[in-house]
Design a protein. Sequence first.
Length: 367
Amino acid sequence: MIAYDFLIVGAGLFGATAAHVLTRRGKRCLVIDKRPHIGGNVYTENVNGINVHKYGAHIFHTSNKDVWDFVNSFIEFNRYTNSPVANYKGKLYNLPFNMNTFYQMWGVITPEQAAAKIEEQRRESEIINPRNLEEQAISLIGKDIYYTLIKDYTEKQWGRKATELPAFIIRRLPVRFTFDNNYFNDKYQGIPIGGYTKLVEKLLGEIEVKLDTDYFENRKYFDSIADKVIYTGEIDRYFDYRFGHLEYRTVSFETELLEGVANYQGNAVVNYTDAETPYTRIIEHKHFEFGNQPDTVISKEYSKEWKPGDEPYYPVNDERNGALYTRYKTLADNQEKVIFGGRLAEYKYYDMHQVIENALRLVDSLV
């Protein structure tokens, strides 16, 4: 018996946004999620008054005023600006690469001096047609920045040598000949005051939500109770891995509550760009909301090779997986009842504002 207009599989940002707008337009929605909480990977939990980004750092940024106004209609965002720092063997550098970085690297103090140094190293490389990521990066930025801030960090992230990674992974490197250390160029940026879970709670409002509920354990039943299904999970899982597994990169976290430590590192995100440090970065969560609590919570982030059953984070952007996804997408496009949306169902890396844009666009096409 059909009881709902839409069953939405996944209570993350895509599913919650779609459910909210559909409900506002008079549609009956049921949202289910296999996890014990809403929010997907943007979920935040409160630990000693600190909103901990459970699945890694999430900074909302967009130049789309409609999207910015949309999220701010549910919760106020703060003025947080993403300004990560790189730690290479105990020496600190600004990210993205800016005049602070170049001063620390070479002692240069003018944009002209910095540009000349980069150009000199690019010419010295004599790389015209980069064959891999290492050659691509050196051809763009020179050897000093590459070996200090890119090589080891990238190899930790991808779990393979930079010489074995395709050049197209780095199409360009953000270089700024100013002292601006804002990582993003977007017009609007911030973090919801009180955490992302509050934003998703507001999106879902009074909509019926069932947690700890795996769609695949009772798929026939769930398909039978709704006119349409919006599916936000892994696309290959939906089709029972008919053509094989799509691959992902995944991360794991060691999170610690440091009682009596008011300020561990002075910044929300510090990347460790040397090979000897096993983790890629340390996140100190209180700095996302300018916290002044007497304690702090830190998360050491480790990148690791994904295997079936692990939490999928980032799609692997290579020829094999691209071709495999194309085959799955052909199947998805031929589904009459099921609509696929979100980063896992579309096998794409999306920023949060893109997820919301896509969900809003989808609902406009449906209702």
